[in-house]
Design a protein around this ligand. Sequence first.
Ligand code: 8YV
Length: 329
Amino acid sequence: MPKQPKPVVVVTRKLPDSIETRMMELFDARLNLADEPMSKAQLTEAVKIADVLVPTVTDEIDKGIMTQAGPNLRLIANFGTGVDHIDLHTARQRGITVTNTPGVLTEDTADMTMALILAVPRRLAEGLNLLKTGQWKGWGPTSMLGHRIWGKRLGIIGMGRIGTAVARRAKGFGLSIHYHNRRRAHPEIEAELDATYWESLDQMLARMDIVSINCPHTPGTYHLLSARRLKLLQPQAYIVNTSRGEVIDENALTRMLERSELAGAGLDVFEHEPAVNPKLQQLENVVLLPHMGSATIEGRIDMGEKVIINIKTFADGHNPPDRVIEAML
Ligand code: 8YV
């Protein structure tokens, strides 16, 4: 039987070596060894020649790009779980399948969320800064006082895989678990976490000590934490975001933090990455991280393996396991 030609797979960013090597073996892979994010022109060229495109969160695959795609582009196998940078509607109209990499970055992202939940009220970054800048004058009974974690209320927005993994960790730190989600969690999960469900996000926000954003960014969650909703939070509340910057109105949040209308924020994601509101960078009561919630080598390899499985099953004529259905969002 004649061998099928290998699919042309364009990978937009540098991936772990082991993943790139396997892609070279299995596919006609075009790698981006320079690891510069592709320009619009480069992405347009890529979709013209590719059978499969492997983008990441740094590539905006919008309608403009998608409508330039050649007839061979049948699969966008995203390296990452969030697909808000891909115009799913146009993809569906053009019969292009979109897959992602769910599940394999859950625990890493939950770890980073927990780290921020601890770091902001306990002033970890400020303490580090004192030491690094040689300003520490020694221990004092009233110096560097933060706020206790144990016994406080955590409100999780988005009780999917990551939200649930955060709740499991938080419970161990003595936080009581509250959540808001489109659908109520399974009674077994609620029982395990001793979690309180809030159908009304507004009601929950007004009562929490710490709020963690763990929902995806979709048209429905854009600025879910709007200026109005942020005002519902208590002034002693903290907010943590490891999901997508767009879920919070970053300017409104910055204004409130500046005026001490909120106690602090731990942010791993920003509305206009890699740009960060410069006023946010000046504040002491924030811990800012460069979108590294899932950044472990193990996680990146697992994500790459998922991308490979999605491409391979698709190329072999089967439904890839991690298809993103527009209606799911
Ligand atoms: C990834 C993420 O690093 O998977 C996601 O949705 O936000 C990140 O943790 C990134 O998206 C890779 O494309």
